[in-house]
Design a protein around this ligand. Sequence first.
Ligand SMILES: [Zn+2]
Length: 439
Amino acid sequence: MANIEKNNKIREKGRETRIRRKSQEARVFEIKFDANKISNQKLNSIKRAFLEGKWFTNYIIAKGVTESVPYKDYNVKKVNIKVNDAPEERELNVLSSQMKEYMIKRLQNNIKALTKLKKEGKRVGKIKYIKSLHSIPLMQYGITYKIDMERKRVHIQGLGDFKAVGLDQIPGNYEFATANLIERNGDYFLHVVAYAAKSEKAQNDKAVGIDLGIKNQVTFSNGIQVQYAVPMQERTKRLYHAFSRSKYDKEKKTRSKRGLKLLYKINREFAHQNNQKRDINNKLAHYVTCNYQYVAYQNDNIASWATFYGKKIYQTSIGEFRNVLKRKACTPLEIGRFERTTGICPNCGRSLHLDLSDRAFVCPSCGCLYDRDVSAANMIRKLGLSLWNIGETLAEGNASTSSMLVYIKHIPHVKASISVEARSPKLTDVAEVPSVRAG
Ligand SMILES: [Zn+2]
């Protein structure tokens, strides 16, 4: 009887959670374990957990994973693995039964997905043994893991407490759900899915146009131009140089131990550079989506720019910036790739011929002075609003432009300025501007 009551309670709780989730939105946070504050003993046990996870996964795969049969294997404490084709026994001391339970579930989900693909007529392979494991599921908050925001610590079942970096990015109103313990290039992270009430996105009837480019990475229709690049560190270049000279056995296709060590260090450097870029893109997109209801941008083929400007594009990843806008803007307005946006006077619509080197122009019809990229951003804004039949939107005040400039200037590695045109739209500036042929 007590069991039925317990089951009913669990079911009721699950129902409540599902209803609550409908009014919430999920976000994933990455929390890094502070590598300097992990004792050797804890480091060994966390490494052991991933090793045991690998053994356990291969043990289940060897048994043959099926979709529906419930496994009781989460209680096993010993598994057999093959070492040079001879079975050897390994003990599972660190992995908890909940971790094991969800590792089985994860495999079963993979099987389900594969079966589905097969039914759709796709060719699918079998699940293969793994060489290393990089993620351990932690399903229940409060049991398999816990977060102490005040002490900036993360508790992992069976592994203990870890000092964490990046907890301050999580606002207090978030409710933690599932998580994954992640190993990446020797660093450890917690990827947490957290829920909060759906945020009120900007509903202010304001619109902004955004032009993406090479010289100015981002130009806004209000005249703000943003430049950023996270260049490759000298250290990375040196590591590369050393790596290219490390021994490589062509027959066995193996690299020397030293070479592998260098590769590992290079990967870490790249991970760091990518994080910096992601951070910049997120901060810029955050400001835009919180302050403008309508966000217009062009669907440029940014990948193709890399052919001409490879290194520069890699240093910015503006494609990712556009993707964040697409996802987060209240109303994203996407302009087709082939819409003409450069060399048109946003004021009177006159078409002009601009050379690649012409950074600004004076319109021969109406005398307006425009920066090349700012005029494009304005055209993008105009096209976006007209293509989607939005009509007029609220005008932008100087105060909001200058507070935006201040915000952007505070992002590390980012330079921002207001273009000539926005600063002074008078004809007195014409002298500084190259003359432009009317087209
Ligand atoms: Zn004009």
